[in-house]
Design a protein around this ligand. Structure first.
Ligand SMILES: [Zn+2]
Length: 320
């Protein structure tokens, strides 16, 4: 009996039976094939959205929670990997595929990796069974510098489940619409006071206040320095004489000095306006507008889908 058991186990290993689950955003498609002999040992590798919702055939997992993406949105979603008390130990790998999101939104003509401004972070947080998250996907990463295979998959996590393990290994995908990773300096601070967009809005408001002050100063100039133009007719000739009624202590003497001073104030207004146009808030808004348009086009041609592939391989028992 003992001999027969070992033969059967070896048979399983020789078949190399593995459970490969792949999915679009919405659905896992099971490619698991088993033979009768493989059923001698219990093989119950599964994935699912909760302990009560584990499947080896397919399950629904929606990274973005079914919502249309909007600027600054963020969220997370978790799925679980289970050995399901299989008789054998299991090595598993988790792959992600974001190819469909890697579509150029046409932000700049020089770069072709202006993608929708989404960033991601993978976590496996559990007291009992954690997966190892691949560097650099354990911190925020964008869509621009991903080293994927030909099909677009890249390894985000891996781990080991002992034989008979009933642990649930959580894999959490955090996502954030963070335009600072695509134009500007990446700002990963998700605190209430440090949100990249809130910071940009605060800077923008300062620039708007400065612009208003410059406009006010320019508008006030001719109130403080009243320019009086008089036409003087002498015989057949007409002269224009410009004089000023100024506030006390006016430092300008003559029309040219006044007009130069006024032009300086107008230049300040133009500079303040340029500063607003070049502010991060305005750039983020412009980038986001293009991204939203690109995502809408994407949605009409194909679903916005992130693909997850989970594979598990049986590991030979140590005594074999
Ligand atoms: Zn004056």
């Amino acid at each position: 009996m003992k001999f027969s058991y070992i033969i059967r186990l070896l048979l399983i290993l020789a078949l190399g039976s593995a459970c490969i689950l792949s999915s679009t955003l919405a659905r896992y498609t099971d490619e698991y094939t088993a033979s009768d002999s493989a059923l001698v040992a219990k093989w119950n590798f599964r994935v699912g959205s909760s302990a009560d919702n584990l499947h080896n055939l397919g399950f629904t997992f929606d990274v973005f929670g079914g919502e249309a993406l909007q600027p600054q949105d963020y969220g997370d979603n978790t799925f679980f990997i289970s050995g399901g008390e299989s008789d054998v130990a299991i090595d598993y790998q988790v792959y992600m595929n974001v190819q469909v999101l890697q579509t150029d939104i046409g932000w700049s003509t020089s770069a072709d990796d202006d993608y929708p401004p989404l960033i991601f972070r993978i976590e496996s947080d559990s007291e009992t069974a954690e997966a190892t998250i691949e560097d650099p996907y354990d911190t925020w990463f964008d869509l621009q510098d991903i080293a994927a295979d030909e099909e677009g998959y890249f390894l985000i996590a891996s781990g080991h489940l002992e034989a008979n393990s009933e642990e649930l290994v959580p894999i959490t995908i955090y996502w954030w619409w963070n335009t600072s990773y695509y134009t500007g300096t990446p700002n990963p601070d998700q605190s209430d006071t440090g949100n990249y967009y809130a910071e940009a809005v605060a800077d923008y408001n300062i620039l708007v206040n400065r612009y208003d002050a410059c406009v006010h100063d320019a508008n006030a100039f001719f109130q403080d320095h009243q320019r009086i133009v008089t036409n003087v007719v002498e015989g057949e000739e007409t002269f224009t004489v410009v004089t000023y009624q100024c506030i006390e202590g006016c430092p300008y003497s003559g029309d040219e000095a006044h007009m130069n001073a006024y032009q300086d104030l107008r230049d300040d207004v133009d500079d303040a306006e340029d500063a607003i146009d070049n502010s991060w808030k305005v750039k983020y808004d412009q980038y986001d507008t293009k991204a939203l348009s690109a995502l809408r086009n994407l949605e009409s041609s194909s679903p916005q889908s992130i693909m997850i592939k989970v594979s598990g391989e049986q590991v030979a028992p140590a005594e074999l």
